[in-house]
Design a protein around this ligand. Sequence first.
Ligand SMILES: Nc1nc2c(c(=O)[nH]1)N[C@H]1C(S)=C(S)[C@@H](COP(=O)(O)O)O[C@H]1N2
Ligand SMILES: [Mo]
Length: 256
Amino acid sequence: MNPEHPEAREAPADPEDQDREPERGAPIGRRVLLGTLGLGALGVVAAPVLQRGMESFLGAAAQKDPTGLTGLLPNGGGFRYYSVTSSVPRKSAKNYRLTVDGLVDKPASYTLADLRALPQTRMVKDVQCVTGWRVPDTPFEGVRLSELLDAAGVRSTAGAIRFTCFDGAYTESLTLEQARRADVLVALRMQDKDISHNHGGPVRLYVAPMYFYKSAKWLSGIEVTEKVEPGYWEKRGYDIDAWVGRSNGRDDEPTT
Ligand SMILES: Nc1nc2c(c(=O)[nH]1)N[C@H]1C(S)=C(S)[C@@H](COP(=O)(O)O)O[C@H]1N2
Ligand SMILES: [Mo]
């Protein structure tokens, strides 16, 4: 651990404290031991189930496990499931809405069908979490955020975006310049499948060049603001400009 890294300076995790990524602060030895024991049991229970069932099982288990031990279990892709809330409502094509408002001339509300009807961009890059795990070559696909911003008519006083989520708690931010990059997507698909509930479906943000905390799950709002308002983790010490390899005191290989 890099002592310059904000996470490294934090006190050990209080199991009651939901305000941290699941694996942060727990003593390594204990986590690995319990994770391994859990894996043995899981192998017996979960071996016959399909990948989809496995994912929902792990997602459900992770949500009931404030210690984050389930984050260490393999899930067929190397991802860990994160949520800062203990439960998240499910949204489908019937009730999902994405609003674009704030400093725009034409506020909008998109259904999933609306988003699917717009031009889609697919890209394949590594995913890097600020806590260290990395997943290589992960396809994401969706609508460029710049396309939605252009459609909304961003006013000249605008300088940033505030993203909100239908978990009711998580937020993220980007400068307008960052938001207009071609590798920032309002993603509808991940790993060439519709984004699952646990991965933030039906719609999540995907910010390819930045640490994965920027990629807000369960995206419900894009608010154009004057200045950057730090997001959920940014208020708790993560860097606002979250370039992989050039922030948070880390030197990971860039993802773009
Ligand atoms: N709404 C919401 N989005 C979120 C988070 C979260 O807790 N809630 N965690 C972030 C972090 S720290 C990471 S590493 C990724 C994890 O994505 P995954 O659960 O699909 O692996 O989601 C990011 N987006
Ligand atoms: Mo993360």
